[in-house]
Design a protein around this ligand. Structure first.
Ligand code: ZN
Length: 135
């Protein structure tokens, strides 16, 4: 086991979810280089391949092939939430479980958990993501 220092910021050596073209999955990656605030090069923690950072599978809209269960859970959560109250996601805002938000890349999602006080787990149609909040 290795000790992890701060996981709450994007920085070289940090971990981030991204698309792995080899694994064909969104997986945890380690950031190797940053351009400004954004990860530029990463390597896949699963297969070790180095590549440019991508949030989602390239060339596909998000949520084109959600699994039944995932889509079911997502739809259930959205139905239980007040979709008309969806807020545009901003890392400066604070969220709590049950909040509905609109993300520019991932679309509409529902906050499912708060992590470390600085991150929220949000279930989007394409899957769960960790987002920064209260920055
Ligand atoms: Zn991989």
């Amino acid at each position: 086991m290795k000790t992890e220092t701060s996981k709450s910021e994007n920085r070289p050596g940090g971990t981030i979810d991204g698309w792995c073209g080899k694994c064909k999955l969104v997986l945890a990656h380690t950031i190797e280089a940053m351009i400004g605030e954004k990860p530029a090069r990463v390597h896949c923690n699963t297969c070790g391949a180095q590549h440019a950072y991508k949030v989602n599978e390239p060339g596909k809209a998000t949520g084109t092939q959600p699994t039944r269960t995932r889509a079911g859970r997502y739809k259930t959560l959205l139905k239980d939430s007040d979709a008309s109250a969806a807020k545009n996601y901003s890392p400066k805002d604070r969220y709590q479980p049950g909040d509905v938000l609109e993300h520019p890349s991932f679309g509409r999602g529902v906050a499912t958990a708060v992590k470390d006080g600085t991150k929220i787990e949000v279930l989007f149609e394409g899957g769960s993501k960790l987002l920064v909040h209260g920055r």
